[in-house]
Design a protein around this ligand. Structure first.
Ligand code: SF4
Length: 455
């Protein structure tokens, strides 16, 4: 399908082909689903909302709820204020959420709708219920920007420092699956740390089949918890691109001490996460966590011959790509290309630091890039493994490269939303999946006379 992609690369400024990102509201919608009993609301036309819901549903394999201001030609000319007011009244009456989290779209941003003023004029917000908003023009940033903006808005609207410390640590989760959020909470519980984490989509987008439809499953962070986040001693952001805006806002608004870490993907970043938790809480690392780390190291050593010195191209969201790259390097692999579609110059700085740290001389790192460019570069200098979301599958097929689906979005496989890639257990899972694709390829390329039961 992509065999005709030309080898010769030309610098492009105004055109993206097969972008390694999606639009801001997708991230804002996902973050909003991490609040308990929250209805994400798309202030724009129905098409945007349908696209964003479909995108998330395809990745999470769950029905993703959201409402829309349903712009028509009239709203496009005169503004969407009356649509939003009618929508809020209807949503509270019909769907009965605790929170409506409004995000904008390209159209409402281009018109210039003043959402805070419109929200201030709302007359139908029931007692104890809330309407919050964030601006998510999709011609800026990516879904990661939208996620980050919505998290920051949660803090701006809800978090308060009441002067009564709650003895808890606040964790702002990066743009990861419900399985990752569950794993982060499991680690915090094993370490016996009192915490507030948001957004938290575990229990929302990984809910079980019960035979009954629940519009608001039991998961998600409550409004009261987000309010109380302002009374935490420290806030940890997991993933600079997705979480740092929220961390800084909590520090600025409530004077909570800030710490921004990389997403705990792989052994080094998880070590840093566990060490930071231990340092802040003053608690020792429990044996259970040390055992998991030891198991990971054991697997890394056992399987070493199959991944050692393998080259890789990794694309996707900035925090995920950097985490996966560091893990690959620490395994003895050689990541060559690091690509994100999200505009984020610090991604290039950090990528270069990683190449320097592990002595990789010919590494290529680029933000605001696309998969067409990655494909062209791979045509000139192939790798042993391609790692990223589903949009790279045609490249893997055209170039006959083993393909590890990891990150967002994964549209053509199942189970991934439930499983972690963070923590030591997440690293074990990455390793298992990676070894499977590498060893499958090796077997497929092996002649009959050399095809053994044990490789
Ligand atoms: S118009 Fe903008 S917000 Fe709507 S789907 Fe397209 S990029 Fe996303």
């Amino acid at each position: 399908m992509l065999e005709l992609t030309p080898k010769k690369y030309k610098e492009r400024q105004a055109l993206r082909i097969n972008p390694a990102k999606t639009c801001q509201p997708v991230g804002a919608m996902y973050a909003a689903l991490g609040i308990r009993q929250c209805m994400p609301h798309s202030h724009g036309s129905q098409g945007c909302c349908s696209y964003h819901r479909t995108f998330l549903t395809r990745h999470f394999k769950e029905p993703v709820i959201a409402t829309t201001s349903s712009f028509t030609e009239g709203a496009s000319v005169f503004g969407g204020g009356s649509n939003l007011k009618t929508a809020v009244k209807n949503i509270f009456e019909i769907y009965k959420p605790r929170v409506i989290a409004v995000h904008t779209t390209c159209l409402s941003e281009t018109i210039g709708d003043d959402i805070p003023t419109i929200i201030g004029q709302l007359e139908n917000v029931p007692e104890g219920k809330f309407v919050i908003h964030t601006n998510t023009p999709s011609y800026v940033g990516s879904h990661i920007t939208g996620y980050s903006n919505m998290v920051k808005s949660m803090i701006s609207y809800f978090s308060k420092n009441t002067g009564q410390p709650n003895g808890k640590i606040c964790v702002i989760s990066g743009f990861v699956n419900p399985g990752d959020m569950k794993e982060i909470k499991r680690i915090l519980k094993i370490m016996n740390i009192d915490f507030i984490m948001f957004p938290d989509t575990s229990g929302v987008l990984d809910s079980p089949m019960t035979g009954n439809f629940e519009m608001y499953p039991k998961g998600g962070t409550t409004v009261e918890e987000i309010q109380d986040a302002g009374n935490c001693s420290d806030v940890l952001g997991l993933g600079a691109a997705a979480a740092s805006a929220g961390v800084r806002q909590l520090n600025k608004k409530c004077k909570v001490k800030e710490h921004i870490l990389e997403l705990p993907i792989g052994i080094e970043a998880t070590d840093a996460f566990i060490s930071k938790l231990s340092e802040i809480s003053g608690k020792d690392v429990p044996e259970e966590i040390e055992t998991e780390r030891g198991q990971l190291v054991d697997i890394m050593i056992d399987a070493h011959p199959y991944y050692d010195k393998k080259t890789a191209a990794i694309y996707g969201d900035p925090d995920t790509v950097l985490g996966l790259a560091e893990f690959c390097f620490s395994l003895g692999m050689q990541p060559k290309y690091l690509i994100t579609g999200t505009p984020d110059p610090s991604f290039e700085t950090k990528g270069k630091e990683l190449f320097d740290k592990f002595g990789a001389k010919d590494g290529f790192v680029k933000h605001a890039a696309d998969l067409f460019e990655l494909h062209q570069r791979l045509k000139n200098d192939k790798v042993d493994l391609l790692i990223g979301g589903t949009h790279g599958k045609q490249i893997a097929r055209a170039e006959n490269i083993p393909f590890l689906r990891m990150g967002f979005p994964i549209l053509d496989r199942y189970v991934h939303p439930y499983m972690p890639m963070v923590g030591y257990r997440g690293a074990m899972r990455i390793l298992e999946l990676m070894l499977n694709v590498l060893m499958d390829k090796r077997e497929a390329d092996t002649a009959d006379e050399d095809f053994e039961l044990v490789m």
